[in-house]
Design a protein around this ligand. Sequence first.
Ligand code: SAM
Length: 319
Amino acid sequence: MCSSIATKYWCVKPPRPHVALAVYAHAVTSDPARISVTAKVSAYYRKFSDIAFAAEVATLIGADEAFAEIVREHALEPDKLTFYAPMFEARYKSITQLIGECGATQVLELASGYSLRGLDLTQTGSLHYVETDLRDVVATKLDLLEDVRRWHNIAPRPLHAVTAADVLDLGQLQSAAAGFDRGRPLVILCEGLVGYLTREETGCLTRNVHSLLSEFTCGWWIVPDFAFKTEIRNLPPERIRLREAITGVTQRQLDASAFEDGDDLAAFLHRVGFDMQVCSQVDKTTSFSTIAALNLSPAVIERMRPVLRVWLMTLVPRL
Ligand SMILES: C[S@@+](CC[C@H](N)C(=O)[O-])C[C@H]1O[C@@H](n2cnc3c(N)ncnc32)[C@H](O)[C@@H]1O
């Protein structure tokens, strides 16, 4: 059953890059749909974790095959990349933890890819969860959700919706958020998106999120992946090679919108109207299942601790 379903989900495979990697030395703005394949890379690494539904999602969308193709075409050494599994685990779990700490009853997840946090968090309680991504990913995700629900005998819930929305289009975000109660706080989150955007696009996203949150009594914006130029310059060689491969597939220079440092980021956010606080993803991750699953040393987590951050933004209060 799984292999035929996996074949079905290959419909969102991106076109092969046909330009040499060297061409991407500068920031490029390709069709955002090219970024969508990276959702399979996150799903691939999450399958090693105990995150709800992660293993079956990876099987159903053919994450192994998508990852194997990137490895083959870019001569990567996957054994040297296993540390990505705890990175993706920390990113996912720390965001889920922060959603709980905010105490909001409404969540809008942008660029949700094949993550099933929405399904997981709406199994109990009365959380209203709307997730969005680009049209083709949403079409695939709706099939995926149907299969996972059938597999686990889970009924659809009216408070969990999946809808298409381009984060660069405020009107589309407002439509996606139309069903939320403006009198209650809203959490907006985007995981794994900002790294693929140019600075202009990051500015547009930030302004759109600010406009939308301004419609609500209060709210938060959670982002785990702002980047700093100094840290990108010091990445280990195997990370650089995977990033080059992802650039080849997406035709996007990763972290093109990187900030000089935390002060530069804070100033950028403040200009748009956000206050920010930064937390450690590691501290917000209650347990790391991928360490035992992949026989990794717990020292891996401590080595990555300084760069694994998650930012929590709130609107600057109006005077
Ligand atoms: C690295 S994936 C992350 C997916 C998911 N959040 C996760 O952690 O697995 C990036 C996602 O951003 C989506 N994306 C890229 N550009 C977008 C845009 N302009 N509007 C909405 N989604 C976008 C892609 O389709 C893809 O699903």
